[in-house]
Design a protein around this ligand. Structure first.
Ligand SMILES: *Cc1c(COP(=O)(O)O)cnc(C)c1O
Length: 342
């Protein structure tokens, strides 16, 4: 069986992007965020390739997500960013990032002396112990490895939130002196040395997203969706296409119906602006994208059923033209793709 929908994943490009962060982060250790199944590209394959490059720290959300990714290569550590929840098995080879006093108490009792991390919230008000209530004695008796925090505005280099959060975090790190401290994902890693501390946790940039203006043009595209052409037809000027007849031919042309739709993450926001490469030519989406199908205006290209159309899906451009975030564009691709690792 072959699928009419493919996601090509360039593991060389992924590895190159990781090396870019590793070179920028200097002495700080470069990990990888591989949550949401490696941002939709397959956590197990991403982990295996990055471990070959020397990546040792892999950040996911929950224990069950980590179990689904399978055993890690030797010497690597899986971190559960959502911490240690009721029902999680403390014997699993996972370092939980504890987010509250309750989680700390639960871990102390369930896994005394075992390695853990702690998250401090320095202003995002999402996960972690609030910086105002954080005191060193909260950590008493814990085998703390890394103290974390997370930036709210790292993709906005001029936001005052960045320096505020950094200053708060640096104060706590000075007071607690953890073995390691980590503040930054991809965006923060681009804010400069002061944001690197002992480790960074990049995600988006590894997968070809542009997390910060400084990274524009520096990171290679990793994922390329492609779909099979199911049907080709000729239409006359004045004929319409697709649901609600929102597209009308202004000249005689040919339309290709392609096996991808919004259920595959190719959202309706691309109806008016999406492009695909058909026989090397950039072709516009014609009419509304449907659940499983998209119509493309291929002009006089000599494409036939069984040929493939590759989506123009550079994350930064796709985000700009669609108004969606690069994160949503990647993680929303869905499960119908046959992944092909290059
Ligand atoms: C998702 C996540 C990251 C990675 O962020 P990117 O912006 O994708 O680089 C880093 N740290 C934490 C806590 C996260 O939740």
């Amino acid at each position: 069986m072959t699928s009419p929908l493919r996601l090509s994943i360039d593991l060389q490009a992924l590895a190159g992007n990781w090396r870019w962060f590793d070179a920028r982060s200097g002495a700080a250790e470069t990990g990888a965020a591989v949550k949401a199944d490696g941002y939709g590209l397959g956590a197990a394959a991403v982990i295996a390739r990055l471990a070959e490059e020397g990546c040792r720290d892999f950040y996911m959300t929950t224990y069950d997500e980590i179990a689904a990714a399978g055993p890690l290569p030797p010497g690597c550590t899986a971190y559960a960013l959502h911490g240690f929840r009721q029902g999680d098995d403390p014997r699993m080879p996972v370092v939980p990032v504890l987010n509250s006093k309750e989680q700390i108490a639960h871990w102390r009792q369930a896994a005394p002396g075992r390695a853990c991390d702690v998250m401090v919230d320095t202003g995002m008000n999402r996960l972690g112990i609030g910086w105002r209530e954080f005191t060193a004695d909260l950590l008493a008796g814990l085998n703390l490895r890394t103290l974390h925090s997370h930036l709210a505005c790292s993709d906005e280099p001029d936001s005052p939130m960045n320096t505020e959060q950094r200053t708060r975090f640096a104060g706590i790190v000075d007071a607690v002196r953890p073995a390691r401290a980590a503040l930054s994902g991809s965006g923060g890693a681009c804010l400069g040395r002061a944001y690197h501390f002992g480790a960074i946790r990049p995600g988006l940039g590894l997968y070809g997203g542009v997390p910060h203006p400084a990274a524009a043009g520096q990171l290679a595209s990793v994922a390329a969706p492609a779909a099979e052409i199911l049907q080709v037809r000729a239409v006359a000027a004045g004929e319409s296409a697709g649901y609600n007849a929102r597209w009308t031919a202004t000249r005689p042309t040919r339309l290709a119906t392609v096996n991808i739709g919004y259920a595959d993450g190719y959202l309706r926001a691309f109806s008016s602006c999406g492009e695909m490469l058909v026989q090397g030519r950039r072709c516009r989406v014609a009419g509304r994208i449907s659940m499983d199908l998209t119509i493309v205006d291929i002009g006089d290209a000599d494409a036939r059923p069984g040929d493939w159309a590759t989506l123009v899906y550079s994350l930064a451009d796709a985000a700009r033209i669609s108004g969606l975030s690069q994160y949503e564009l990647l993680t929303g691709l869905g499960h119908r793709y046959q992944r092909r690792y290059l």
